[in-house]
Design a protein around this ligand. Structure first.
Ligand SMILES: Nc1nc2c(c(=O)[nH]1)N[C@H]1C(S)=C(S)[C@@H](COP(=O)(O)OP(=O)(O)OC[C@H]3O[C@@H](n4cnc5c(=O)[nH]c(N)nc54)[C@H](O)[C@@H]3O)O[C@H]1N2
Ligand SMILES: Nc1nc2c(c(=O)[nH]1)N[C@H]1C(S)=C(S)[C@@H](COP(=O)(O)OP(=O)(O)OC[C@H]3O[C@@H](n4cnc5c(=O)[nH]c(N)nc54)[C@H](O)[C@@H]3O)O[C@H]1N2
Ligand code: SF4
Ligand SMILES: [Mo]
Length: 734
């Protein structure tokens, strides 16, 4: 490698000096207590640390860090990466600012005020861990393991989540990435094509890219965005279905300004038209399709005219888009979406996307849905399953048959608030911000207020940390090891390759920040589960995972942080692949066996449907206090259609509040963006703004918190996940 491999040299030197430092000590050293291989000798020149993995979002791009002394100066893509390559996004770059954010959590804290109006007192780790273990144990003894619930998200939450789920035995876990994000996609595709799809579309080689509410370019995941851009560069036609003229709609050959909530009807109308034209892939369907005849019959009502009327899209455009897809099939990327918990009718829409792949045979061939084959052999490390397992509430009640793993969020909140079917009295929050992540904030607050105990592990003070009794500071992703990242790449380089990497610290953790294995193990010991601990320290976990592939941390470092090996041809369709156009099992549960459009509530007079999405330079709320990113986009303008703005006498830059149809008014104001690039029936803003925690000295009060306005819940009947776009707002001049 051309770049300076100082970490390897550095470690070699350090290993000589420290003879054989047990890996367990590295963790202690990370907390700055003992001498460690990561303590700079003082004679080191500038160095490049390999093995970084970003967590400014959840895509986990591979990094190197430029370090001077023990100070991280700059983050870059790891030149050896075949995933993100040398590129990282604005947020990835700004990780340095998270590391040194002056508002970051530094010490364990006890709340001597109230939940929601905290007063913090610094306490020792011993006192903090003793308190957490004592309180969780008390709940466990009084109410059983199911008296504990957990809200986890992100890489560092997996180990503690496994501890609580497997060993302690609570099923009451609500992960944001499932119940408010992609869970519906995964279970709907399981019920349609037998596998969760990931974002596995070969966009780089596609003749047509079809995105339903995917705002590529605003939604940034570096390697994914690269695949999309490479596809466009190679001449792919782009179809974007979005009520708003998004960054990708701006690049599209067809921008379909669909009426929000009616996407399933659009899909059914296009599929019916394709079948009527005889343009479906009969050979593929004959071989792999299940229930095609029933499906065809069930969608026959979706004529172009009815679809056009339902979706408020010109009939001609529906035909054009359907023809574009069918005429270029099978080399078309039907993107399965990622954040799909929209309107509470989402399982059906996600099923319809899977059916469109099957209808066109757009699976396993160039440019279509292609699930790459990653490396084998990498091991799993986890907590053993205890004997105390309890069935999740929805399983016991026979509801939400297509729920993702865990328990649907609202069942947990309702049980906690009402005590039925059982009380939930302790809450562990780890890397999630349920206040801004889950709709109906008051309900979340009510749930938290009735708890006997709330603990929170975070890196920053955020709106959720205000509700903790004990608040624990975690080492950030730049200061700790973590689960390994593996994958495969063929579409960007043309060469099939697999990679294995593991997150390694760029610098030592400062103050009293600790990692997830230390925190979980110490609580487990104190709760009487010491004999179940699977690894004594975080690096040991990483080494155990790597061992299955014949690797180790030391070997990875010697390979510049990323192990590459030959890949496997990703193309081809398994003979036993089945596409369930009609799935009788779904009907057995009482839901439509063929994808069905379920209408959502109409917008009440004088209101707009509230839509939201990503800011390209922020990740939800987690980056709101980041100085660089804050300056790049300090607030979230609300988009309104120009004709509607005129009716309301609003002009660009006017300052407004939002008030929802239930009378909830936004705490803050934001500016208006007047544009023809949004339908008349909706307004749009970036999600994650409007933090209320004054401890975030940069982000507090900036912009409007969309979640505060999302008080009407739409729960998807098949999955129990939240639909969050059924709320209606007015704009009120400030
Ligand atoms: N209204 C609305 N709601 C949404 C969405 C939306 O667009 N609109 N999007 C949904 C989607 S797609 C998702 S994935 C979820 C995301 O939901 P969350 O994951 O809850 O969102 P974040 O803002 O990333 O907040 C996570 C918390 O993790 C903390 N954190 C960051 N790094 C670390 C770490 O290393 N360790 C620990 N312990 N904590 C850390 C942050 O400080 C923050 O408090 O939100 C969902 N909810
Ligand atoms: N910069 C940045 N990138 C990110 C993230 C981030 O926080 N910041 N988060 C990452 C995560 S965890 C996720 S899950 C993904 C999410 O990325 P996506 O899955 O692309 O996100 P969504 O929020 O569903 O998409 C928002 C778009 O949907 C449109 N939309 C709203 N309602 C409807 C509707 O009824 N029909 C249709 N067709 N479109 C509609 C909105 O106008 C908006 O353009 O982004 C990832 N990438
Ligand atoms: S897409 Fe950006 S924020 Fe997300 S992991 Fe990659 S560099 Fe980090
Ligand atoms: Mo997400």
């Amino acid at each position: 490698m051309a770049f300076n491999l100082t970490r390897r040299k550095f470690l070699q030197t350090a290993t000589l000096a420290a003879a054989s430092v047990p890996l367990a000590n590295v963790v202690t050293a990370q907390a700055g207590v003992a001498k460690s291989p990561f303590t700079p000798s003082g004679t080191m020149a500038d160095k490049t640390m390999v093995g970084g993995i970003c967590e400014m979002c959840f895509w986990r791009c591979q990094l190197v860090g430029k370090v001077r002394g023990n100070k991280l100066m700059k983050l870059e893509g790891n030149p050896k990466s075949i995933d993100n390559g040398q590129s990282i996004c604005a947020r990835g770059n700004a990780g340095v600012q998270l590391l040194y954010d002056r508002d970051r959590l530094k010490y364990p804290m006890k709340n001597v005020g109230q939940r929601g109006a905290p007063k913090w007192k610094r306490i020792s780790w011993d006192e903090a861990l003793d308190t957490c273990a004592k309180k969780l144990k008390a709940t466990e003894q009084k109410f059983g393991a199911k008296g504990i619930c957990m809200f986890p998200h992100g890489a560092s939450a997996k180990y503690p989540m496994q501890y609580l789920e497997h060993t302690v035995g609570t099923p009451n876990v609500s992960e944001a990435s499932f119940f408010q994000c992609r869970g519906i996609r995964d279970t709907a595709f399981l019920a349609t094509i037998g596998t969760p799809p990931g974002e596995n579309v070969d966009m780089a080689n596609a003749k047509v890219i079809f995105g339903l509410g995917c705002h590529f370019g605003e939604n940034v995941h570096v390697s994914h965005t690269k695949r999309y851009l490479k596809g466009l560069e190679n001449g792919a036609k782009l179809i974007i279905v979005d009520p708003r003229f998004s960054a990708s709609a701006a690049k599209a050959d067809e921008w379909v300004a669909v009426k929000p909530g009616t996407d399933t009807a659009l899909m059914l109308g296009m599929m019916n038209y394709i079948i009527q034209q005889g343009k479906h892939n009969k050979a593929f369907i004959d071989k792999h399709g299940i229930g095609f005849a029933e499906f065809k019959e069930s969608i026959a009502e979706w004529t172009i005219e009815k679809t056009a009327q339902t979706c408020d899209v010109p009939a001609d455009q529906i035909k054009r888009v359907a023809d574009l897809l069918a005429d270029n099939a099978p080399n078309v990327s039907i993107h399965p979406g990622r954040h799909v918990s929209w309107h509470g009718n989402d399982f059906q829409r996600q099923r319809s996307l899977g059916c469109m792949m099957g209808l066109l045979g757009a699976m396993g061939v160039k440019g279509s849905f292609v699930k790459g084959k990653g490396p084998k052999g990498v091991g799993k490390v986890g907590w053993p399953k205890g004997e105390h397992h309890v069935e999740a509430m929805h399983v016991a009640a026979g509801i939400y048959p297509y729920s993702p793993p865990g328990t649907p969020t609202d069942l947990i909140r309702d049980a906690a608030i009402t005590g039925a079917p059982y009380p939930i009295k302790s809450c562990v929050i780890w890397g999630q911000n349920p206040i801004q992540t889950i709709p109906n904030q008051q309900k979340t607050i009510d749930m938290l207020k009735q708890m006997d105990f709330v603990m929170c592990v975070d890196v920053m003070p955020t709106d959720i940390t205000m509700y903790a009794d004990i608040l624990l500071p975690e080492a950030s992703y730049l200061e700790r090891y973590d689960f390994i990242k593996t994958g495969t790449q063929w579409d960007l380089s043309g060469k099939q390759q697999q990679y294995i990497s593991a997150r390694m610290p760029m610098v030592m953790a400062d103050f009293e920040r600790k990692d997830q294995v230390y925190i979980t193990n110490e609580i487990a010991k104190r709760m009487g589960y010491g004999d179940k601990i699977p690894v004594s320290a975080l690096p040991e976990m990483v080494d155990m995972q790597l061992a299955g592939a014949g690797l180790s941390i030391a070997k990875l470092i010697a390979e510049d942080g990323i192990h590459l090996q030959p890949g496997i041809d990703p193309y081809g369709v398994a003979d036993d692949l089945l596409v369930y156009f009609n799935n009788a099992e779904i009907a057995d549960y009482g839901y439509p066996a063929s994808p069905t459009y379920i209408a959502v509530e109409e917008v009440p007079a004088g209101h707009f449907r509230l839509l939201y999405g990503r800011s390209p330079v922020h990740t939800f709320n987690r980056t709101q206090n980041n100085v660089w990113l804050h300056h790049a986009m300090p607030e979230n303008p609300v988009w309104i259609n120009d004709e509607m703005a005129k009716e309301l006498s609003l002009v660009n830059g006017d300052r407004v509040y939002c008030v929802n149809s239930e009378g909830v008014k936004s705490r803050n104001t934001t500016i208006v963006k007047v544009t023809p690039g949004i339908r008349k029936d909706c307004v749009y803003m970036a999600h994650g703004y409007g933090t209320k925690n004054p401890a975030m000295s940069v982000g507090a009060g900036a912009g409007i918190d969309d979640q505060a306005l999302i008080t009407i819940l739409a729960v998807d009947p098949e999955t129990g996940c939240h639909g969050m776009r059924n709320n209606f707002v007015k704009l009120v001049k400030a």
